[in-house]
Design a protein around this ligand. Structure first.
Ligand SMILES: [Zn+2]
Ligand SMILES: [Zn+2]
Ligand SMILES: [Zn+2]
Length: 355
C-alpha cells in the first residue's frame, strides 16, 4: 500500500492503488524456483530463522463464507483495501449495497463503500440477477466459486483501467508475478480435474459467466473455464487460527471455522507438506501471512500444509484427502517415513500442484 491516509490511529486506509498488487512483505531470503515434478515452489536462499515472517500477500479476490448472512458473524468489508471482518452486532459496521444486490455484500464504513464503488459496480448487477438462482439450483459451494471468479474478473478490470490510464506498474524484481499476471500463471487446467467436474463448470460458465452486458470481462468462455480450474486448485480458506502448526499441540487445537475464501497470487506458489516448515494465517485485512515454524536452512523448500493437521493425522487419511481435494499423492518426508516398509509404493505420475 503506497498511500496510507490515517484518519485516526486505528482507522484503516480505504483506498488502494489497484495497479500496485505486490505483496506487502516478502522475506529477502525467499526465492522462487521450479521443481520438475512439483512445478513452482518457494525456497530459502539463506538461513531463515524460526519465527521470521516470510510473506504477507494481499488477496486478489476474497469472498466471505456465504451460508447465512443475517446470522453470520463473519462478513467482511468488500473494499479490497480493507477486507476487515464486520461483526453482526455492530450495525454501523455493516453498510449494505444501495442497490440491494445481496446481503453478503457489506462495507465497514461509508468511506469504504465509496472507495469500492467502481469495483463493486462490476459485480453488483451479476449478483443481483444470478446469486439467488445459482444458490437455489447449484448450492452454496458453486455460488461461492462463481463469485470468487467474478471478483477476480472485477479486480482485473480495475487493474486494466489503471494501466490504460497511464499508471505505471511497478517492475517485478526476481520474476515474481504480481496481480493479474500472478493469477494468470497459477497452476491448474482442464486436465487437472475430472471430466465430470469440467463438464459441470463448462455449463456454469455458459449460463452465468459469459462475456456480455451483465459481465463485460472481454474474455473467451474457454479462458474463464481455465480460470475456474486454476482457482479451484489455488484458493485458500481463511480460518481464525494458524494452519500447519507442528508438532501438533496437545490437546490439539484446530484452526477454527472458515470465514472467507481467497486467491493469492504469490502465496499460491507454496507447495504442501504434512510436516511443513511454515504456518499460515490471515491477518485482520485478509492478507495471508507465512511464518517460519522452525529454522529453514539455505536451499530448503518452504512448504505449508493445505489442510488442518489436527484433522487428518493417519497417513492414509492425509493422502486420500489430498488426492481428492488437490489431485496429487503426497510424497513429503513425513508420508514417505510413515509408509509401511513391506508394501510396494503406489507411485502416482500426477504432478504435485502448487496448492
Ligand atoms: Zn472497510
Ligand atoms: Zn450491490
Ligand atoms: Zn505428506
Amino acid at each position: 500500500m503506497s498511500q496510507v491516509v490515517y484518519i485516526t490511529e486505528s482507522e484503516p486506509s480505504t483506498s488502494i492503488d489497484i495497479s500496485q498488487t505486490q505483496p506487502d512483505w516478502m522475506h529477502p531470503q525467499l526465492i522462487q524456483s521450479t521443481d520438475p515434478t512439483k512445478g513452482r515452489q518457494f525456497r530459502a536462499s539463506g538461513l531463515i530463522p524460526k519465527g521470521a515472517c516470510l510473506l504477507v500477500d494481499r488477496p486478489y479476490a476474497v469472498i466471505p463464507v456465504v451460508d447465512e448472512p443475517a446470522t453470520n458473524d463473519n462478513l467482511i468489508c468488500s473494499n479490497p483495501a480493507c477486507n476487515r471482518r464486520a461483526p453482526r452486532h455492530s450495525a454501523s459496521a455493516r453498510n449494505p449495497c444501495p442497490n440491494a444486490c445481496i446481503a453478503d455484500v457489506i462495507w465497514c464504513s461509508d468511506a469504504c463503500r465509496d472507495a469500492d464503488k467502481d469495483r463493486h459496480a462490476f459485480e453488483c448487477t451479476w449478483l443481483k440477477r444470478y446469486a439467488g438462482p445459482i444458490r437455489a439450483k447449484w448450492g452454496e459451494y458453486d455460488f461461492g466459486m462463481l463469485w470468487v471468479i467474478v471478483r477476480l474478473l472485477a479486480m482485473r478490470q480495475s487493474q486494466l483501467q489503471h494501466v490504460d490510464s497511464g499508471t505505471s506498474t511497478s517492475p517485478s524484481p526476481k520474476k515474481w508475478k504480481y496481480g493479474w499476471e500472478g493469477i494468470d500463471s497459477l497452476c491448474g487446467s482442464a486436465d487437472t480435474w475430472s471430466h465430470d467436474k469440467v463438464r459441470a463448470w463448462t455449463t456454469l460458465v455458459k449460463k452465468y459467466l459469459q462475456n456480455g452486458p451483465v459481465l463485460p470481462h472481454g474474455m473467451t468462455s474457454d479462458r474463464v473455464l481455465h480460470l475456474i480450474c486454476q482457482e479451484e486448485a489455488n484458493s485458500f480458506g481463511l480460518y481464525p487460527r494458524a494452519t500447519g502448526v507442528v508438532p501438533l499441540p496437545y490437546p490439539p487445537i484446530d484452526r477454527g471455522e472458515q470465514f472467507a475464501a481467497a486467491v493469492y497470487p504469490i502465496a499460491a506458489i507454496a507447495n504442501h507438506s504434512c510436516l511443513p516448515n511454515i504456518t499460515h494465517k490471515p491477518d485482520e485485512q485478509g492478507r495471508m501471512v507465512f511464518t517460519a515454524s522452525r529454522d529453514i536452512v539455505p536451499g530448503e523448500e518452504c512448504c505449508i500444509s493445505y489442510f488442518d493437521l489436527t484433522q487428518y493425522t493417519a497417513l492414509a487419511s492425509r493422502r486420500e484427502h489430498l488426492r481428492q481435494s488437490f489431485k496429487f499423492v503426497c510424497q513429503c518426508e513425513r508420508c514417505l517415513s510413515e509408509e509401511p516398509a513391506d508394501e510396494p509404493t503406489e507411485w502416482n505420475a500426477m504432478p504435485m500442484m502448487d496448492l
